[in-house]
Design a protein around this ligand. Structure first.
Ligand code: SF4
Length: 381
């Protein structure tokens, strides 16, 4: 999941002026499950395989990342067409609303101290999130332990990025993005490192350099470490929020979908979540939960409640089969199922006093890949 743009934080959950809120929310859920066909006149469209299977669009002021390049998209009733320099969203023959594509960030045109194009160093995600995969590989990639929905190695194979991001390059790019493109927070992710200690050192170096040159809060995503001390080290380096992603809600599906994570065991995640909340605080630790992997709604809600009870934010995402991944031929979940998942999770968030608007940095704050915040609006006091 990736993408682009520049705006105010939390505008993502505002009520649109030109459409009933319930219609707008249903539209967003449908678009993320069905995808959208884009007029070939759009110059930024990326075709073919690879993890760039989506596009960010702005609808009624909300930044939404939508599938555009997966096998199921041509079956979607939605398409975006160009009309006299404006873009319009259609459902079959009905025009629904105007949409806007985010402008290309200025920092993409600049060059890092190492000579790399900054677009190869990081991207602007959602409205204002500076995001980078600092290690574009994974211990489990191309092994039997690979997560079945993952596409981390594909960008490297397509040569759209590099294996390891240099902390200096990253900090330079972050400062440019903050200055020229209104970036307001940072997401740093990586696959599982073959050498955990080296990975932690590199991640901490990236966080420290970014914090030296910008005032942006930083979100780091890691796997449960062997020693909980690693979490304290990351906090000391300057990280503001932490992602520890179990992703799968049904414990029986874990071994099938995420065998590497299953080998670590749910207990490793629970221990890491508990320690991370003690270090980073309630609402500042999150876990992706993917819907549509074969779990039931009850299983999804049970997992969401289990982690929310610990103070961990369950960040809900529909499965998006990535071309080239092991689940490339799978179907995304039905919009009706996603609506139930979002509504139940929003109730769970309210029960445990968690809210996406209280997250300091990262995917929960960005929200472009999920419609969860649209459901929180009705449940947050
Ligand atoms: S939610 Fe996360 S992955 Fe999605 S666009 Fe935002 S920062 Fe990127």
């Amino acid at each position: 999941m990736s993408i682009a743009a520049g705006y105010l934080p939390f505008l993502t959950s505002r009520k649109p002026d030109t459409m009933q809120f319930s219609d707008f929310r249903n539209l967003c859920v449908e678009l993320q499950c069905r995808g959208v066909n884009i007029d070939t006149a759009y110059p930024g469209r990326t075709g073919g395989a690879g993890p760039a299977e989506g596009q960010t669009v702005i609808i009624e002021g909300r930044y939404l990342n939508i599938p555009t390049n997966s096998w199921y998209v041509p079956m979607s009733p939605y398409r975006i067409e160009n009309h006299k320099s404006r873009w319009r969203l259609y459902k079959k023959k009905d025009c629904i609303c105007d949409v806007v594509f985010p402008r290309k960030p200025d920092f993409y045109n600049q060059v890092a101290p190492s000579g790399l194009s900054l677009q190869q160093v990081a991207l602007l995600h959602g409205s204002d999130c500076f995001a980078s995969t600092i290690y574009q590989d994974c211990l489990y990639w191309n092994t039997p332990l690979q997560c079945r929905f993952c596409g981390i190695g594909l960008s490297l194979e397509n040569k759209t990025t590099i294996l390891l991001k240099d902390p200096d390059d990253l900090a330079f790019a972050a400062a440019q993005a903050q200055q020229h493109d209104a970036a307001r927070h940072v997401t740093l992710t990586a696959g599982a490192w073959p050498d955990e200690a080296r990975g932690l050192d590199h991640l901490c170096a990236c966080v420290r350099e970014i914090k030296k040159r910008t005032a942006m809060p930083v979100h780091a995503q890691i796997h449960p470490p062997r020693s909980m001390w690693a979490i304290d080290v990351l906090k000391s380096a300057g990280a503001d929020t932490l992602g520890l992603h179990i992703e799968v809600c049904d414990t029986e599906l874990l071994a099938d979908m995420v065998p590497g994570k299953a080998a670590l065991g749910l207990q490793a995640y629970t221990a890491a979540w508990e320690h991370a909340v003690a270090v980073f605080g309630i609402n500042q630790v999150s876990s992706f939960l993917l819907a549509g992997l074969g779990e039931t709604l009850q299983q999804f809600s049970t997992m969401a409640d289990t982690i929310a009870r610990l103070g961990v934010f369950p960040y809900v995402l529909p499965l998006r089969p990535i071309p080239g991944s092991l689940l490339a031929d799978s179907k995304p979940p039905e919009p009706a199922y996603m609506t139930d998942v979002y509504a139940q999770t929003a109730g769970i968030l309210k029960k445990h006093k968690l809210a996406s608007k209280n997250s300091k940095a990262g995917c929960v704050r960005c929200g472009a890949c999920s419609c969860l915040s649209l459901f929180e609006d009705e449940t947050i006091l």
